[in-house]
Design a protein around this ligand. Sequence first.
Ligand SMILES: NC(=O)c1ccc[n+]([C@@H]2O[C@H](COP(=O)([O-])OP(=O)(O)OC[C@H]3O[C@@H](n4cnc5c(N)ncnc54)[C@H](O)[C@@H]3O)[C@@H](O)[C@H]2O)c1
Ligand SMILES: [Zn+2]
Ligand SMILES: [Zn+2]
Length: 394
Amino acid sequence: MGSLENQNSYHHTISSDTIGKVITCKAAVAYGVGQPLVVEEILVDPPRSKEVRIRVLFSSICHTDLGAWLGENEAQQVYPRIFGHEASGVVESVGEGVEDLEVGDHVVPIFNGECGECAYCKSDKTNLCGTYRVNAFKSTMTGDGKCRFRTKDGDPIYHFLNTSTFTEYTVLDSACVVKIDPKAPLPRMTLLSCGVSTGLGAVWNTANVQAGASVAVFGLGAVGLAVVEGARARGASTIIGVDINPEKRLKGQAIGITDFLNPKDLDKPVHQKIREMTDGGVQYSFECAGNLDVLREAFLSTHDGWGLTVILGIHPSPRLLPIHPMELFDGRSMVGSVFGHFKGKSQLPQFAAQCMNGEVKLDEFITHELPFVKINEAFQLLIDGKSLRCLLHL
Ligand SMILES: NC(=O)c1ccc[n+]([C@@H]2O[C@H](COP(=O)([O-])OP(=O)(O)OC[C@H]3O[C@@H](n4cnc5c(N)ncnc54)[C@H](O)[C@@H]3O)[C@@H](O)[C@H]2O)c1
Ligand SMILES: [Zn+2]
Ligand SMILES: [Zn+2]
């Protein structure tokens, strides 16, 4: 395992020997809520019509994987299952009818697919595809409703978020695979598969933050810090980072927060403090902690009349929004953002170019690297608040 920089010229040779055949490879299989993942050999079927099989080279762990594995957030509880949705890799083979991808292409999977043809894909108001949108309650392939993974005993292993990347080989609908410039460093492109695109996109596409704006970001994990990076790149003049983990202050400052607040250190609710600091409230707040009490604080931190709160965190059921409808009469609004409102297949290549030319800085986001077999350690780093993204080498 070399350093990140060495891998910027990473190349993986794909042999044609496996095309059309079942592949035996290593995967990290979840057998139950919160149980350590088991790294073992599984069988991966060839891709069927409009599907693609990928050799996953790098995968990182997003809080959504953690929440699903802990049974905390909205997700179907079916086992055995292969989690993981933030990755990069190379196309090993393509099924019938796949025209835009070929063997050897460098790709990132997207959990929120884009068919390009349905009413949703043709609308510029949404990035939710009618067929391939993210669905936490789906655990099989779209085409035939079956699994492409099996245990060595032949039992099905279920899929997760259209992707399942904690495995050396995975099968995806081609609508959920984005081709990336082969010159782009794959280790860093892994971040574009979820966390960084989600955070940046929420600022650029969902809120459309402009230069000079004031912003508050609640939860400084990879998603929240990508919001910070997006706000910095747009020239926001005030970027307040809020986190209960004091270690996030330095990380936030390295990327671009102008102020850090730890709600535990305050003698008043954090929204009151933010309103005092910003002459009545920030223009934009972003909830990236997945906590409804935090969401209420984020909502009340914005200025009345024009404040906008963007929800990025995934919230547990069955609680509902923590606001009274009359509070909306004060002119604050709230909107959800999935995958930063990026239409993955059509817009991610351009975003990747902006990351490569330095407009967006990705340096701070990969804090750890581990071999795939140490995946449970990587989960623990995220649970303990020590890592932003731990890059697993498969
Ligand atoms: N909308 C989407 O498309 C999308 C995509 C990716 C992730 N997510 C969700 O975004 C959230 C963040 O993901 P991540 O990978 O950055 O997670 P993370 O675990 O790395 O970061 C979460 C941060 O929130 C902080 N936090 C926890 N409780 C808090 C509180 N009460 N007040 C302030 N800060 C608090 C933690 O200390 C941590 O720094 C998760 O809920 C995840 O499921 C949504
Ligand atoms: Zn994610
Ligand atoms: Zn579509």
